[in-house]
Design a binder for this molecule. Structure first.
Ligand SMILES: Nc1ncnc2c1ncn2[C@@H]1O[C@H](COP(=O)(O)OP(=O)(O)O)[C@@H](O)[C@H]1O
Ligand SMILES: [Mg+2]
Length: 336
């Protein structure tokens, strides 16, 4: 197989906090290629945003990559100086965050904000940059670009502002777009529009998408692949189709049970009783054990690795059993 465009290998991230050193990410590996659509799900605090920030070189000052490697276009980014690293990342990646709308500059015309990367980073002329901005506006469905070019963010609806944020994210022609809950703050209709737009961009331009969310319905709609995150690790990894029909990790199982029917466009936080572990303390055994419905003795002794099972990967000692259950359930006509 050829080298992935982005490859994260066994990444760990530590954060200095008031409560001590937090092991926020504990061995995450991920390959990302153009055209991929990978949904990362997990409850709040599981490490989704920190994973993205680590890849994009945007970790907060109190956080550091303590081990593991990140390769972009075959280059280990830790070996590059800041300038080369930023250039490599901005050439290949774009991002939209939950507060993307808030990140727009209120006193600069939207067209100029979209033209900024072509103008100042890619060194295009003023006219070329404007043309690029206008074509981006068209691409993301901002109609009437010429007359809207000179508007300020507050003169646009929430949905249009989010489209502006997306066109800014696309303005460096990234191959991979990282999205961190970009639709959480939007109402359901606008959320659906944004998802459709991302889906079209992927189909039409081969954009790769990494989409962080706590909403399984969104993953079902947008993504081919899923990574389920718990306590700083991926505990299940596979195709969305497979994972939704045959979850192999009890956490995924619980998420799917707790979530509304993924085929319905009901968007709700999933809740599972109990709490995630405190990662400032050493993890002994599987961190999901206290909340797990199928934990056995060995689960409180050692932490299972993410290993292949039934065409996906699962970090659970009892995965084989879960696969059998799911098979039984589907035989008996139980649908999830
Ligand atoms: N700047 C920070 N300072 C201290 N702790 C942080 C900081 N950012 C994130 N964390 C902690 O790191 C863990 C992972 O956070 P995050 O990746 O933001 O979770 P998620 O995006 O899955 O909700 C959490 O325990 C969170 O409290
Ligand atoms: Mg987050």
């Amino acid at each position: 197989m050829s080298t992935p465009l982005i490859s994260v290998e066994n990444l760990t991230v530590e954060i200095k906090t008031d409560r001590g050193l937090l092991k926020a990410i504990r061995g995450v590996s991920l390959d990302i290629n153009p055209g991929d659509s990978i949904g990362i799900v997990g409850e709040s605090g599981s490490g989704k945003s920190i994973t993205l920030k680590a890849i994009l070189g945007l970790l907060p000052n109190n956080a550091r990559i303590s081990s593991g490697k990140i390769f972009v276009a075959g280059k280990d980014i830790a070996t590059l100086d800041n300038k080369s690293r930023r250039a490599l990342l901005s050439h290949n990646t774009g991002m939209i965050f939950q507060d993307a709308i808030a990140a727009l500059n209120p006193v600069i015309k939207i067209g100029e904000q979209i033209a900024e990367v072509p103008r100042y980073r890619l060194g295009k002329s003023k006219e070329e940059s404007k043309a690029i901005a206008l074509s981006l506006m068209e691409k993301v469905g901002i109609t009437d670009g010429e007359s809207r070019y000179g508007l300020y963010p507050h003169q646009l609806s929430g949905g249009l502002r989010q489209r502006v944020a997306i066109s800014i994210a696309l303005s460096g022609s990234p191959k991979i777009l990282f999205c961190d809950e970009p639709t959480t703050a939007l109402d359901v209709t606008i959320q659906a529009q944004v998802l459709r737009l991302l889906s079209e961009l992927r189909t039409n331009t081969g954009l790769g998408i990494v989409f962080v969310t706590h909403d399984l319905a969104v993953v079902n709609e947008l993504c081919d692949d899923i990574r389920v995150m718990y306590a700083g690790r991926f505990v299940e990894s596979g195709s969305v189709k497979k994972t939704f029909s045959v979850p192999t990790h009890p956490y995924t199982f619980s998420l799917l049970k707790a979530a509304p029917d993924p085929d319905q466009s009901v968007h709700r936080l999933f809740t599972i009783s109990g709490e995630a572990p405190n990662l400032t303390q050493e993890v002994i055994g599987c961190p999901f054990t206290p909340r797990c419905f199928s934990a056995t003795d060995q689960c409180s002794v050692s932490e299972p690795e993410l290993l292949p099972i039934a065409n996906s990967q699962s970090a659970c000692f009892n995965s084989a059993e879960h696969v059998n259950w799911a098979a039984e359930e589907s035989k008996n006509g139980v649908t999830r």
